[in-house]
Design a protein around this ligand. Structure first.
Ligand code: NVA
Length: 253
């Protein structure tokens, strides 16, 4: 079967022109792609709301679902300790840091130093935290990081748009940050597990199977035991994507 050609955005048609064409046809535009600069340029030229459905740098609508899930479980956001383990300089780590700063939470990025968020973004978030009372920490020791945490959060080690060649390096660098039963126990029994999904917790996906077999692993960023445990709220979180995106539309249309 012939696959449909990808959109011409930024290739045969400028982003500015695409923004104006789509604005004549739709009530809103959601961009899910790669560069943050693209969604910002769309927003600049569009005359309808533009939503960031995921870029390399940020994933703001996911954070709304995550925080609704946390609030449903703990009854509050303020003061909740969320530890993000893994590639903390990419969309999920960045947006969770921004969201935690805004909501007065305790954010910890647990990763090797080279995977810490961009210093300029950290500085912006520290300024927000100074207003809200949020605490932001950056820790290389995963066991130390999770002490007393309410939420352990992780994401895939290789994101959309990244080359498969980086898998070996990521597995080597990020394996100590895998969310497993020992780490959940180190956090304490109050801790819950969240993941934006999709997750490599078994070999039931094409990439999971291919990379798992290549590197002799059955799990990557989270073990199947944690993913399937009572502490895992990942499907509440997935459901909350629907409720929160409806709220975003209601607020902006
Ligand atoms: N970091 C992941 C998030 C998926 C929702 C990616 O960009 O692929």
């Amino acid at each position: 079967m012939k696959r449909p050609a990808p959109a011409q955005i930024g290739k045969k048609e400028s982003i500015a022109d695409t923004a104006r064409v789509l604005s004549r046809m739709f009530d809103g535009i959601e961009y899910r792609g790669y560069g943050q600069a693209i969604v910002e340029e769309l927003a600049k030229y569009a005359s309808v709301p533009v939503w960031n459905g995921l870029t390399n740098e940020f994933h703001p609508t996911q954070i709304l679902a995550d925080f609704l899930t946390i609030k449903e479980h703990f009854g509050r956001l303020n003061g909740v300790k969320l530890v993000y383990l893994g590639d903390a300089r990419y969309n999920m780590g960045d947006s969770l840091m921004v969201g935690c700063a805004k909501m007065g939470m305790h954010f910890v990025a647990a990763a090797p130093e080279k995977y810490f968020p961009d210093p300029a973004l950290i500085a912006k978030c520290q300024a927000i935290a100074a207003e809200t009372g949020a605490v932001l920490e950056f820790e290389t020791d995963p066991v130390k990081a999770v002490q007393g945490a309410h939420v352990l959060y992780t994401d895939v080690w290789v994101s959309m748009g990244e080359p498969t060649e980086v898998w070996a390096e990521r597995i080597r660098d990020l394996s100590p940050y895998q969310v497993n039963t020992a780490l959940m126990q180190a956090a304490g029994e109050q801790a819950v597990f969240l993941h934006c999904l999709p997750a490599f917790h078994d070999l039931k996906t094409g990439i999971g199977k291919e990379m798992g077999e290549k590197f002799g692993r059955t799990e990557m960023e989270v073990t199947d035991a944690v993913f399937e445990s009572a502490q895992s709220l990942v499907f509440d979180e997935a459901e909350n994507r629907m409720h929160t995106i409806k709220a975003v539309m209601a607020a902006t249309l």
